[in-house]
Design a protein. Structure first.
Length: 158
């Protein structure tokens, strides 16, 4: 009787440990990856938070944009300065994602079709219930003001 009770206790513990260890914790690499024409090592300083919520659908920030003077950047650790619109154009692509997410951003320019493609892959853990608004400001080489911005977002639940 003692042997069968011990066997049952040990078996129960084995099954309990096996079942709890099978649940994988969702781990996301929090680093944002920038590809394509995105200028690296740039930090944006908008004059107010969630500025993109007031932009409507005008997410190309050039010299004519209504918020062009409200955004400064720091490039490669330098001091804050206005964007030099003779060399650069700012873009933003606000998205909602869970509180445990990472972003892979890519910008390409197609001169033949006069389009700028800003694509974001959002990898996120669906078990994180809080949703965050991320503005995704990037700096790219200047392009003509008549180009059209196309935005694509792909959500990958881990």
């Amino acid at each position: 009787m003692l042997r069968s009770t011990s066997f049952l206790v040990i078996s129960f513990m084995f099954v309990a440990i096996s079942l709890t260890s099978c649940k994988k914790k969702c781990v996301i690499n929090k680093d944002t990856i920038d590809n394509g024409l995105i200028i690296s090592d740039v930090v944006f300083y908008p004059s107010s938070g969630s500025m993109t919520a007031n932009m409507g659908i005008d997410f190309i920030i050039d010299a004519n944009h209504k918020y062009s003077s409200d955004i400064e950047v720091s490039m490669s650790g330098s001091g804050r300065a206005p964007i030099d619109f003779t060399q650069y154009t700012g873009l933003c692509f606000p998205v909602y994602a869970t509180c445990n997410s990472s972003f892979e951003r890519n910008v390409t320019i197609d001169d033949a079709t006069q389009t700028v493609l800003f694509k974001i892959d959002v990898t996120q853990c669906p078990d994180c219930k809080d949703t965050l608004y991320t503005e995704n400001y990037v700096l790219v080489p200047a392009f003509p003001s008549n180009y059209t911005l196309v935005q694509e977002v792909n959500y990958i639940n881990k």
